[in-house]
Write a protein that binds this ligand. Structure first.
Ligand SMILES: [Zn+2]
Length: 261
């Protein structure tokens, strides 16, 4: 198969050589793959739009000896609203980053593809952090890492109390006896219950769920630690997202100019 089609999302785009980009694509049928888009950093390149981060489209790709090459891209959706707001950009970047570090090449996962696409569409209207939180939890479930919430991850007993002990190592909450053997952190019971709702609710209706600032902070931090533990990689965008807006604005300018322009 010298040429193939990929119905795919651009989840990473980095500069390569003088005028090329190497794209990491997540495709419905083929899973994650890499391909070079040649000449796309030249001002007159027709394919510039198709290689932007988060672009969803049909890619025609030539198989190469070492690297495949994008020979054509027909964008279906560019998600331009993701760039119009800082929180949306962060959530979308967080989604792309998490998808990239949690998957390996050539392992198709159509459900994960559909979830990713849905969440990028939901970012137009919904609270971006709510979408990112729901995405992370559902990605973990699709990859076989469903967190135990409200029951002991070790022995299975139901746990009650104002605060519950969550351990990334154990993969969920732990009872008083089992937690002796694990490192972890205390989380309010309300946050644990809310994480359960983010998993159970119809994803297209999660905007009906209400959380407050401390729950958001606690949940996003717990998820970040859990994900970093499972995939053994730092989630850079997630760490940036937890900074204050001012800090974020200052730090992203340089980064965006370099990586996304
Ligand atoms: Zn236990």
């Amino acid at each position: 198969m010298a040429v193939y089609h990929a119905d795919a999302l651009v989840i990473r785009s980095r500069e390569f050589g003088e005028s090329d980009r190497v794209l990491t694509l997540f495709s419905r049928e083929l899973g994650k793959l890499q391909a070079v888009a040649k000449g796309v950093r030249k001002p007159k390149s027709r394919q510039r739009a198709g290689v932007q981060l988060f672009t969803y489209g049909d890619f025609l790709i030539h198989r190469g000896k070492t690297l495949d090459t994008v020979s054509q891209c027909s964008p279906r959706e560019s998600f331009s609203y993701l760039w119009s707001d800082l929180d949306r950009s962060f959530a979308a970047t967080g989604i792309a980053e998490l998808l990239d570090i949690s998957t390996i090449a050539a392992q198709p996962n159509p459900e994960l593809f559909a979830l990713t696409l849905t969440c990028l569409f939901l970012l137009e209207q919904f609270d971006p952090f709510l979408v990112l939180g729901a995405y992370a939890l559902r990605l973990m479930i699709l990859l076989g890492y469903r967190p135990r919430l409200g029951k002991c991850a070790e022995c299975g007993v139901s746990i009650s109390g104002d605060r519950l002990f969550f351990s990334s190592d154990a993969g969920g909450t732990l009872c008083g006896q089992c937690r002796e053997a694990y490192a972890g952190r205390w989380i309010r019971a309300g946050s644990i219950a809310f994480m359960g709702q983010l998993i159970k609710a119809d994803i297209t209706k999660i905007d009906r769920l209400r959380w407050n600032a401390w729950m958001q902070q606690e949940i996003m931090e717990t998820l970040r630690l859990f994900l970093e533990y499972k995939f053994e990689r730092p989630l850079k965008a997630w760490r940036m997202g937890s900074l204050t807006r001012d800090d974020v604005g200052r730090q992203t300018k340089g980064k965006e100019g370099k990586e996304f322009e």
